[in-house]
Design a protein. Structure first.
Length: 110
């Protein structure tokens, strides 16, 4: 599913740019930019990033821990809501695609 970046980012996205994948608080555009959903700011290439895959059996428990930690430090409502949404999506995936769930690295990249 593609999202119209102009709707999400207002004037920050070009007329032919749209989101091709949402990743937590960020998204990847068809132009290959990794951008924050809140304001369309491009994530710096030199800033390390970490992505959980839904098929990772450790991802859902870590997302729940992150959500609890975020709440404990007084995280903003929009950030907590974004994590809650990710948790819901990961939960549905784990149920609907149980056969794809696996330990990270178990296939050794194959």
């Amino acid at each position: 599913m593609a999202y119209d970046a102009r709707w999400v980012f207002g004037k920050l996205a070009g007329p032919n740019e749209f989101l091709v994948r949402q990743v937590g608080y960020a998204a990847v555009t068809n132009a290959g930019r990794f951008v924050k959903l809140s304001n369309g700011e491009e994530l710096p290439v030199d800033e390390p990033t970490f992505i959980f895959r839904a098929r990772d059996i450790l991802a859902l428990p870590r997302l729940r821990e992150y959500r609890d930690a975020l709440s404990a430090v007084g995280g903003k409502d929009y950030a907590i809501k974004a994590v809650d949404e990710a948790i819901k999506v990961f939960e549905v995936f784990s149920i609907e695609h149980n056969n794809r769930m696996k330990q990270p690295g178990i296939t050794e990249g194959r």
